[in-house]
Design a protein around this ligand. Structure first.
Ligand code: 3AM
Length: 179
């Protein structure tokens, strides 16, 4: 079994901006720069032969390269935020790619949740009880005008997620060109 997900790695011209943004937000579990990505599909614990099928399907997938623009800062969890993220400017090409990746993964036998896709780049996580919510919300208001890019996205990547006591390590297994 391999714990896997499909994502877009952050382009090098955008990463320092995301890193600075995360620095400005008081979050107990901040995502390190090398882990920042935009998830297209979380595959979870996947049997190796199924992941091999998915890999072949991703290799066969055809989708165009596109420009990615990040915009704003938001959180999941409503009044009890548990995850803070950089938002993504409206992007039909990205939405279409996510559908193609999800369909390909499902056809290969992967279990992909069917919740609505909200494109985002996670900056940090926390439990509301432990966090100083007021400070975080004030920092989010200051960061609301954040934008980065546009940056060209030429590929998407299959990652293995290694869960460790020091946090997850994401290992790229294969990348697939967009053209
Ligand atoms: O892009 P983000 O950081 O939101 O939260 C995990 C991370 O997404 C998500 O998969 C990405 C790489 O680990 N993830 C982890 N467990 C998950 C689950 N059970 C999950 N997404 C959906 N269901």
């Amino acid at each position: 079994m391999i714990r896997a997900f499909v994502a877009i790695g952050m382009p090098p011209e955008i990463l320092p901006r995301l890193d600075a943004l995360a620095d400005s937000l008081p979050m107990p579990r901040r995502v390190p720069e090398e882990n920042m990505h935009l998830t297209l599909a979380f595959l979870g614990e996947t049997p190796n032969p199924v992941l091999e099928e998915a890999h072949l399907a991703f290799e066969a997938l055809r989708a165009p390269a596109f420009d990615l623009e990040l915009s704003g800062v938001n959180s999941f969890g409503g009044t009890k935020p548990r995850l803070v993220y950089a938002g993504v400017a409206p992007n039909p090409a990205l939405m279409a790619l996510q559908k193609k990746v999800t369909n390909a993964a499902r056809l290969a036998g992967c279990t992909v949740e069917s919740r609505r896709f909200t494109p985002h780049v996670t900056l940090g996580r926390f439990s509301p009880e432990a966090a100083d919510l007021g400070r975080l919300q004030a920092a989010m208001v200051r960061a609301a005008t954040f934008s980065a890019g546009p940056a060209r996205i030429n590929e998407f990547t299959l990652y293995q997620s290694h869960l460790t006591a020091d946090g997850p390590i994401y290992e790229p297994l294969a990348s697939y060109p967009l053209r």
